[in-house]
Design a protein. Sequence first.
Length: 432
Amino acid sequence: MRDVSLWRNLLGIEKTVLERVVFDEDAQVLVAHVRPVARQRGRCGRCRRRSPQYDGGPGRRRWRALDLGTIRAELEADTPRVRCREHGVVVAAVPWARHDAGHTYAFDDQVAWLATQASKSTVTELMRIAWRTVGSIIDRVWEDIDAQHDRFDGLRRIGIDEISYKKGHKYLMVVVDHDRRRLVWAAPGRTSATVHEFFDLLGEQRCALITHVSADGADFIDTVVTDRCPAAVRVADPFHIVAWATDALDEVRRQGWNDARKQARAEPKRGRGRPRSDAPPRPASDRAKALKGARYSLWKNPENLTANQQAKLAWIARTDPRLHRAYLLKEGLRVVFALPHDAAAEALDRWISWARRCRIPAFVKLQKRIAKHRDRILAAIEHRLSNGLIESTNTKIRLITRMAYGFKSAEALIAMAMLSLGGHRPVLPGRK
């Protein structure tokens, strides 16, 4: 292999003329002086269209290449400007790097791959760059990948949800593909305008092809889906429906706990240390402590209860019929989702009737919400569709959020999430 070909392979460059290689001993940097081959010169840096030369540009500049062992490597070349009929005066394209990038294609691709596989400190130490630079590289790599693949092609069953990614009520709206089990879109915000933005990108023809949409029951999502995909089956996520019942149950528990605490204030106080044998009983205080520790006994599924939690539940059944009735209502709603569709429809109607007559305000309010979403709940049972995939995706995005701490924009976080979960992961240079 000739020396020129060897250097091209080491530096990861193509369609490039290698003029000379110089090693700067003081800076410990290997500098390769290069220029594009004749067919690659005079092209717009944005669209790669041939354009007339405008001027010599700012002069020579350098691009960071992958390290050669422990030695830092850079490419140096002229940066003439061209006049593109679409983009105006821009710096001419080079075959070894993306437009406006300070790193080669191989460098960008390796950083993007590492960012989806390793920790922040690993990427920055190994590649010798700042974490904000990683965010800019991820943006560029994802833009290229997105341009090569149509992520909305074949979209039929989707899930929509929001996730908090930063303090100060900062949210991302997330859309997943149930069939291919991957993230297809994300954007900052959690309003109807954000959801409309997704369907605008999808287009009217593809909106008409959507058959199922699962969501958490948020009214603004349902309104937009009804408007943009009227033929789609709208599915209420079973997990969120049962979570509503769990929240109502916890509201009843907290109310009982607060009532017991109020009664405990009227009881005789005890000093520090172990109470004497003849100390007066404090039933309200003991009840408040027991109710405070009953949260997980009420929340967990019956088959997962420990012996102590089963004893706690039995104590609630004996001492607090109202709270126990709320627990049975929660469990009754959970059982509905385990039944076949026809049986579930009858069971859900009976549950709504039971909750309407239970005289527990939190569940009387809940049954109105359940009745409103009845058709969507039954659709979830019939089609066996839930937001389980999107909840799993959100969990992974939360992990990515921790890894992406320090990115200056939500766009860099979204690009990293799309690279990791969008089905088109970056590959290491030199691998297929």
